[in-house]
Write a protein that binds this ligand. Structure first.
Ligand code: URA
Length: 217
């Protein structure tokens, strides 16, 4: 999809008489931002899952810095995210904000997206068919942002990105990779809130410390 978008840009430029593209004069983030915007339009018009899903108010595409070196991937929008059209703005989002701050970063430093871009009815876990239909748009988002590290939050995101059926309890804390990008699976902040013990908190923090080290933060 990214390739097709780039091709369209080139064709339009050629029609307008541009026969060369100077490298380094366009701010890269602007480039990524416009590619993300085009992907969002494409997703909203064509995603086999989101165009046929019912019961949601908004499609929640993603938010944050298109130039981020760190990308967080959650499961699917919840009620608050569905109403606002922004990922991780409810209780789990507040916990994620605290985690990001504890890492010495703020929300505008990172990019946040979900595996599924429309809220499943009754907040149920996304089905594998839903993830298979909507997931390729997430893969295109990753391709555009090209982060140095991905953190997957919870089982559905970790299984999809790491192409595994192994559950999060066994995956968390161990580096994986997706298309050459290091992936750190960790517990979903909503799980952390439901199981707020010294053990789960120190597990998530230990996972984030590995990310800090990898990014040399
Ligand atoms: N949980 C998620 O996985 N994503 C959100 O955006 C909010 C809650």
């Amino acid at each position: 999809m990214e390739y097709r978008t780039a091709q369209l840009h080139l064709e339009t430029s050629k029609l307008m008489g541009v026969d060369f593209i100077p490298i380094g004069t366009t701010p890269y983030s602007q480039d990524k931002q416009s590619l993300l915007e085009e992907l969002c339009v494409d997703h909203d018009a064509s995603c086999p899952h989101c165009t046929s899903a019912t019961g949601h108010t908004n499609i929640v595409f993603g938010t944050g810095n298109p130039d981020a070196s760190l990308m967080f991937i959650g499961e699917a929008p919840g009620m608050e995210e569905d109403l606002q059209g922004v990922p991780f703005v409810g209780a789990a989002g507040k916990k994620l904000d605290q985690i990001i701050e504890a890492m010495g970063l703020c929300r505008s430093d990172v990019y946040i997206a979900n595996t599924l871009k429309s809220r499943p009815p009754d907040n149920r876990t996304p089905t594998s068919d839903e993830v298979a239909a909507c997931g390729p748009y997430l893969k295109s988002q990753i391709e555009i942002i090209s982060p140095s590290v991905i953190v997957t939050l919870g089982s559905p995101a970790s299984k999809y990105i790491l192409e595994t059926t192994t559950g999060i309890t066994r995956l968390r804390g161990i580096w994986g990779a997706s298309e050459g990008i290091p992936v750190m699976p960790t517990y979903h902040p909503a799980y952390l809130l439901r199981n707020y013990t010294t053990e789960t908190r120190s597990q998530v923090w230990s996972d984030m410390k590995q990310v800090i080290e990898n990014l040399s933060l």
